[in-house]
Write a protein that binds this ligand. Sequence first.
Ligand SMILES: [Zn+2]
Length: 325
Amino acid sequence: MAMSLAVVADIGGTKVLAAVVAADGTVLGQAILPTEAQKGPEVVIGRVIEGFRLALDKAGLGVEDVVGAGIACAGLVDVDKGVVVTSPNLLGWDRVPLRGRIEAALGLNTFLANDANAAALGEHRFGAGQGSSYLVFVTVSTGIGGGLVLGGRLYTGAWGTAGEVGHMTVEAGGPQCACGQQGCLEVLASGTAMAREARRRLEAGGTSRLLELSGGHPEAVTAELIGRAAREGDGLAREVAERAATYLGIGLGSLVNLLNPEVIVVGGGVSRMGEMLLAPARATMLSRAFPSAIQGVRLVQGSLGGMAGALGMASYVMEAVQHSR
Ligand SMILES: [Zn+2]
């Protein structure tokens, strides 16, 4: 029998990535389209459908060749009802019945998942967490998301909201988070948090290579520039990265005590800093977690980059279809 195939899309803030993926994680066709979320749900739904068609075309396949479709997106997704409840990337989306729309357009069995959950599954099935049974995935980019694979299966909780590692409190009374709380991991360790901290230090008179890299505009400092400056040995950038990494380590230490994972995979754009971020995070995590729980835990960078969500979503679809048979 031919290998199962799924067509999937990962809806990001700026682009929709669509792909046809085989059961072994091979990508047979791929398409990238602008999300243009500001144009509203109808335009984005159209982009997803167009992305599916383009990816299938590139693979030389039709809808009849895949077992189903999957869509990963940020935010709160009602997996059972196939509804995107709210999404930080998709302003104005309020309980959009995305599954029904895709099924009506393409006649394919369709599944939805949160993007970080999908990426967790991707890294577990095909990436840096392959072969493990208990994995924590943390994605660090403009925000911080996460996903849990426990006993080899994606764990989403009683009603699908589990895995929000970015909103664990790591500093009581800390800075205000976008979620309304204070001192969340996200507001202290995300790329946005690093940029904010660097800006604060520069505006307070700090000297740094970041001033040059940002053309003299502290407000133009990004996590990417901080990574670059830190690699070049810049003291201020290193301190900022280390501060964020320390908070990350505090959060991870709690997760280790709570979940006893074998491997923690860090993905997202900021994870490209590699050991610059992971080494201090690891040191803090080691100093905080129970020796019995931390023993042998691997903290590693994701290996699938921007493809983690799409690959995980493909795995999700193939496994869901198999279960329903
Ligand atoms: Zn929060």
